[in-house]
Design a protein around this ligand. Sequence first.
Ligand code: NAD
Length: 348
Amino acid sequence: KRLGFAVVGLGELALGEVLPAFGRCKYARPTALVSGDRAKAEKVADQYGIGPEHIYDYQNFDRIADDPTVDVVYIILPNSMHREFTVRAAKAGKHVLCEKPMANTSAECEAMIAACESARRLLMIAYRCQYEPHHREMIRLARSGELGPIRMIEASNGQNQGPADQWRHKKALAGGGSLPDVGIYCLNAARYITGEEPVQVTAQIAVDPSDPRFREVEDRISFQLRFPSGVLAVCQSFYSAHESRRCRVLAEKGWIDMDPAFAYHGLRMKTSRARDEAELTTAIALPEHDQFALEMDHMARRVAAGERPHTPGEEGLQDIRIIEAIYRAAREGKPVDLAAVEARDATR
Ligand code: NAD
């Protein structure tokens, strides 16, 4: 049986990626829409075979409690609205799949986790890359020991981020600039590749003060993470340079490179190692999968089984805690130590 998903927010990601991805899902289907624009919602509902009685707005959203076609609420709104709609969805008795970044502050993340726990509903953060086969293979190979111990991770994610009048450039709505929006992929990757939690961060921010996009949020940020095993991750995100989305793992005897790594499509991976005094570089060719379909199917299967998803609220909270430390390190111009966090389950 396919579980029913309500899509909250009909913006670029919802219309361009998530709704089309249901066509490639085995366990999830769209059964309701939540939008501030009734006419747009009716058009989209018609396109996906959703009856008009399953269209909600932000005010009457709580009525979704009485909609038996909805098992999961998928929140695809500006970051500052994630907490409110997660809490309301949980109170309505629905499981929640919430876009990254989980929220603007760690306190908001904690409130979201608490709301889902007390309603006994599951909460998953939509870290699509963690469900994607190239990333799964990168994790496997990096941790297999075949290339020797991991020494460094280099990750970069960014693009020229359009006009100044969008929510991504407003601190109250976005929480920050490129770091919580796209830099979070580098941070999350460094954590899932090593399977460790960073113990120290340093960071530098650069902004052109004459650019109206960056009055409230950062443009370029470079941040470094030190992990307990000694691995250093050197990461960067930006809103003012040509698109770049790559990730490279440097191990003692070889490297793994994915470029692009954080894009929706066309991921490419290769590995290189010394062999017989020559360098052997091989492509790791894997079939392309719709990352949103994989992620939604995962949520649907975990809900059906009553099991915690692979990227639960705690995973989102941990990234936001580290992002808060990264901002502090940049502001104070010195390293920030992170409280020791329990090592993550090695199977993750
Ligand atoms: P978007 O601006 O295209 O869409 C946001 C939607 O929210 C719009 O339909 C808008 O009408 C609605 N909205 C409601 N209240 C609003 C308000 N006060 N201000 C602005 N919009 C409001 O944004 P998007 O790119 O679809 O991003 C939505 C969420 O999805 C964000 O949390 C973002 O980080 C996340 N996202 C994730 C990925 C991914 O790859 N997983 C990619 C893009 C975006």
